[in-house]
Design a protein around this ligand. Structure first.
Ligand SMILES: [Zn+2]
Ligand SMILES: [Zn+2]
Length: 109
């Protein structure tokens, strides 16, 4: 059992947003990460969460839609959707020009 550094109340285990074990004070909300492991001072590696997912397998038939290619101006593109990690955001639409194969994403709106 761990107790809060700040107010000596009982610390409750929970998972932080990255899925790591951490402790949270029931009284003041103080958060202690790593539950004993020295991970706090280590640099956080950034992952390319927004990297565009490119479909390389040409054997998968993709639906086409009318979309204007920002690169060559062609008016037809393949499209597919990718669900982002954050559940409160909708799926992101991707387009690939059927002419020049330029790929872009539609943020909607
Ligand atoms: Zn506390
Ligand atoms: Zn194009």
């Amino acid at each position: 059992m761990k107790f809060c550094d700040k107010c000596d109340a009982m610390m409750m285990p929970f998972k932080d947003e990255d899925g790591n074990n951490a402790l949270k004070c029931r009284s003041c909300g103080h958060i202690q990460k790593g539950s004993g492991e020295l991970t706090v001072s280590q640099p956080v590696k950034r992952t390319a969460r927004d990297k565009i997912i490119v479909v390389e397998d040409e054997s998968i038939p993709m639906p086409k839609t009318a979309a204007s290619c920002p690169k060559c101006g062609h008016n037809e593109a393949y499209y597919w959707t990718v669900q982002t990690r954050r559940g409160d955001e909708g799926a992101t639409e991707f387009y690939r020009c059927t002419s020049c194969r330029h790929t872009w994403r539609n943020y909607g709106g």
